[in-house]
Design a binder for this molecule. Structure first.
Ligand SMILES: *[C@@H]1O[C@H](CO)[C@@H](O)[C@H](O)[C@H]1NC(C)=O
Ligand SMILES: *[C@@H]1O[C@H](CO)[C@@H](O)[C@H](O)[C@H]1NC(C)=O
Ligand SMILES: *[C@@H]1O[C@H](CO)[C@@H](O)[C@H](O)[C@H]1NC(C)=O
Ligand SMILES: *[C@@H]1O[C@H](CO)[C@@H](O)[C@H](O)[C@H]1NC(C)=O
Ligand SMILES: *[C@@H]1O[C@H](CO)[C@@H](O)[C@H](O)[C@H]1NC(C)=O
Length: 282
């Protein structure tokens, strides 16, 4: 009994030292260019990794496994490639000592590609593993401003609506009115679309007595970087009062006629007066 136990202990010790030895003799690593990647939505993304044998012996890759959040998305095993849609090896040709590029290529990156990636390899010279964290971002479209009513008149109030779409993560909109930051910034409506991106809408309302003429809508990303602006201008109030354009153009046509007319009348009067004087003096 006692002998059996000691034999067991010795065997366990031997085994663990063997395992330790094997580990210390593992010269293979997976080297990735970046451990943090910020990908742009809708573009292709490369998780750039190569297998390195730090001992310098030729290495043959037997197994490569790429996982996203611990779920296999791409693998090479037994000379067979298995892939989920959207994931592929950047280099398809078989690996050899001069090509150890096991990079993962994501075509048309979307939000479901974000997460924690791991790349594990098994080679004749040992195993290696590396992690890459991927976040996906999307820029908001250039903002547009719509007015309600479409044509702003001085007798009525109006509402400006600024919209920017297709951004991620959730950003926000700020208004600058007559070159000053607007104090009561309206609540921004953020709607998540089916692809996970956000559409932003902000509405700013003004009464009929408003004297403001210049409105700038600024779109910011979640971390406060300005992504786009749109400026909307209306003529100042005093110009808007005579905003009946027909009346204006009529006035333009009639003004010279009136001036010339008065000149002619004045001349006629003068001629008449002179004629009278002459008749009287005769
Ligand atoms: C692996 O596949 C390549 C190309 O399909 C082939 O040339 C090679 O012989 C295969 N190797 C093994 C070990 O099956
Ligand atoms: C992302 O793209 C993959 C294919 O690459 C597709 O299967 C998936 O549905 C897409 N996800 C979203 C949220 O669009
Ligand atoms: C791996 O291959 C990809 C695709 O050809 C290339 O863009 C990348 O630079 C390669 N990586 C290294 C470390 O050579
Ligand atoms: C992976 O995990 C991260 C962090 O837990 C999460 O934000 C992301 O949505 C997950 N991605 C997938 C595809 O499950
Ligand atoms: C996204 O927006 C940032 C900041 O405005 C800019 O630097 C970057 O070039 C934009 N990227 C794309 C793909 O438009």
């Amino acid at each position: 009994m006692f002998n059996m136990a000691s034999v067991g202990i010795i065997v366990t010790c031997l085994l663990s030292s063997l395992i330790l030895e094997a580990k210390s003799q593992n010269f293979v690593t997976v080297e990735c260019q970046k451990s943090e990647i910020v990908a742009q939505y809708g573009t292709s993304t490369l998780l750039d990794c190569v297998v390195q044998n730090n001992k310098g012996d030729p290495t043959e890759i037997e197994l490569v496994t790429w996982k996203l959040n611990k779920t296999k998305v791409l693998s090479f095993d037994n000379n067979e490639t298995e892939q989920k849609p959207g994931f592929q090896f950047a280099i398809r040709s078989p690996w050899n000592p001069s090509n150890m590029n096991v990079s993962l290529l994501i075509t048309d990156t979307n939000l479901s590609h974000a997460g924690d990636y791991s790349c594990s390899v098994l080679t004749v010279s040992g195993t290696g593993k590396s992690n890459v964290h991927l976040t996906v971002k999307s820029n908001y479209s250039k903002p547009v401003i719509d007015t309600d009513p479409e044509k702003i008149t001085p007798d009525k109030g109006f509402t400006l609506t600024c919209k920017a779409h297709g951004g991620f993560p959730e950003g926000y909109i700020r208004w600058v009115v007559n070159d000053a930051e607007w104090k009561n910034q309206p609540v921004v409506e953020a709607i998540k679309t089916s692809n996970g991106l956000y559409d932003l809408t902000s509405k700013l309302a003004f009464g009929p007595d408003s004297q403001f003429t210049k409105f700038v809508c600024e779109v910011y990303s979640a971390n406060g970087v300005k992504q786009g602006t749109k400026t909307f201008e209306i003529p100042p109030m005093d110009q808007r009062t005579g905003s009946n354009t027909e009346g204006k153009s009529n006035a333009k046509i009639w003004a010279p006629v009136f001036v010339i007319g008065s000149l002619i009348v004045g001349l006629l009067v003068a001629v008449l007066v002179m004629c009278r004087r002459r008749q009287q003096s005769e």
